[in-house]
Each structure stands twice: as structure tokens, then as C-alpha cells.
Design a protein around this ligand. Sequence first.
Ligand code: KG4
Ligand code: ZN
Length: 368
Amino acid sequence: RAEPLVLGIETSCDETGVGIVRGRTLLTNTVATSMDEHVRFGGVVPEVASRAHVQAIGPMIEKALADAGVALDDLDALAVTAGPGLSGALMVGAAAAKGLAASTGLPLYGINHLAAHVAVDLVAPDSPGLHTPTIALLVSGGHTEILRIGDIVDDIELLGATIDDAAGEAFDKTARLLGLDYPGGPSISRAAAGLLDGSGVPGDPAAVRFPRGLSTKTDLRDPERRFSFSFSGLKTAALRTVTAAEAAVSAQPTDAPGAGEPSPGAPRLADIAASFEEAVVDVLVKKTLLACEDTGIRHVLLGGGVAANARLRARLAERCEAAGVTLRVPPLDLCTDNGAMVAALGAEIAARGRAASGLGFGVLSSLE
Ligand code: KG4
Ligand code: ZN
């Protein structure tokens, strides 16, 4: 089997990633992120991300080559994320990759970002290999999808995606409403564990009944909605709960004993955070297992930055085990956006002797 030496470039969101693999061996995975520049906006600002990619891409390519001890001449192929993602951000990576391809004569492969999130497991140090067919649950700040992967190169089907916010985006926006730091995922998890109010008492995930988007019986019967997600209602509900809790505090006379303390009936921050987390995790887990049921597939792979969520991993593991389904979560630094995932899929395509994409391909912001 050929073991092509491939450099992969990823710029679909706020990470500038460059990775190099030899076949299924990961040589280096260098990632720069512009996350700090987005903090004060509470989310990724496309224009800011593009500008950061322009600055980072050259140095990151040089760093990756140096780290791997590889010269451009040694490479067998180049790969770059062609979409989905932010158009302006994608264009920076594509332009850099095309420039490299033109100057070196190396074949260049345009890569589907979602497939790359799955393919990355091929180069994980503890990789069991890819069990296909598999259901993939991809959850990050930029996307939320359930995919059926029959073959990592030739048979990828999008079963459903979010119709509004991504799961990570819901965490980020709700954290902001709760006055918590960006990125919101880790903040909400810490709040849910009772670590942010000084109590150390974990919140009750059943304290507030937040909506489970697109999960009614009617939704689940509708093929258009069965595997779709909606998190925007959850955000609105969280806002309503926070406002009500604040009103309960301020309604108390300021000279009364316990003034400034939440009233007994009002949910604590930990309760709101735990309940919110539970609502997101519930739908993600439920629909992933439904996809297994519908397709008869016995393997699940979890990817994207939200894979860092401990509650999601625990609940998914529990439900998979009960259903006799294996669950694979690549190491977390390979779950978040990176260049190694692009190189991994590029190497797989090159190893199969497929024709390169040429220099004329465009970037695709949307999924289809
Ligand atoms: O894949 P990723 O690093 O980058 C992009 O989406 O670009 O994912 C980042 C997202 C953020 O929305 C962040 O809030 C979320 O993943 N995230 C989490 C956790 N850690 C990161 N969400 C929930 N729980 C976490 N522990
Ligand atoms: Zn991603």
C-alpha cells in the first residue's frame, strides 16, 4: 500500500492548521487560532478570521515542514479544505495551497471538511482504524451534523444538520447571556459543576426544562426534521430563565435578611448551566442513536470541538453501550479543526490513485 507524504491545510473557521502525514502516520499537526481576537465579540467574526489566516498561513506551512523535517520537494501531494466553512477563510487556505501546487507541480486535492473530521481518526496514535460504515456526529462552533459514512472517500451522506445555531455556538451564545467567558462550552460545563459560584455543588440537570429542538413525535416522523437540529429556541429559553432569576433577586427588599441572594424558588447558575447542557446533549445523543437504528450501523464516531464536553461523551458512551454500538472519539486535539485531518483524507485519496482536483476548484461555504 502506498504511503504518500501529504501536507494538509485547514482554514475553514478560526483555526489555521497545517498537518503532514505519511500514509496513516501523523508527522506533525501545527495549529494557530485567532480565537483570542473573537473573544470580545462572543463568537467568530468572519472578516477577522480571514485576516488572521492571511498572516498565519505562510509561517504555519514553514513551521509544519520544519517540525516534520520535510522539504517541499519530498511531498507527494497537497490537500486543502474546500468547504464547508466561512467563504473568506476558506479562500485563504485554497489560494495558499494553489500557489504551492503551482510552484511545485504537486497534485492538489480539495477536501470536504466534514469527511476530514472522520478521516483524522486514521492518523490518531491510538487509531483502531476506521470502522465503516459508521455514523458520525460532528459538533463544533461552526457546524452540527449527523453523517452516514459508507466509505471515507466515496460514500458520505449527510443525514441532517442544524437549521440555525451550531451546538458549540449555542454554548457560546448562552454562556454570554449567563455572563460567562468565551468559549462558552468549557465555561458552561464549569458552571454546571458548581465551580463558578463558589459552591462546588453540581447543578441539577432537571432543574429547568429547556426545549429539545425538533424532537417532538411529529418532528421525528418527518424525514426532513428527523436528523435536523435547532438550538435557537434553547438560547431564547435560557435568556427568559436568566431574566426571571434576576427579577426574583431584585424583587427582594434590599434591607431584608438575605437580600441579594437568589430567592428560594429561583434556579442557581449551576442549575441553569446543567439543564442547558443536558438539553443540548439529549438531542445530540438521541438523534445519533436513531441514525444507528435506521441504518443498522453499529459504529459511531464523535468529532468537533464540542467532543470535549464530558457530559456528551458520557451520555453517548452509555447509550451506545446499551445499544451494542461502538463509540470512537479521536484524541481531542484531533477533534478540533486542524490540518492533519485534511492531510489524512488527502493521503487516503492519493493512496487510492485518484486524480487531483487541479487548480480550478472553488470553495464551498455550504454543505451540499
Ligand atoms: O472545533 P472547534 O475547536 O472550533 C470551531 O468550531 O471552530 O470548536 C469550538 C467550539 C466552541 O463553540 C466551544 O464552545 C465548544 O466547541 N466547546 C465545548 C466544550 N469545549 C469546547 N462545548 C461544550 N462543552 C465543552 N467542554
Ligand atoms: Zn470543523
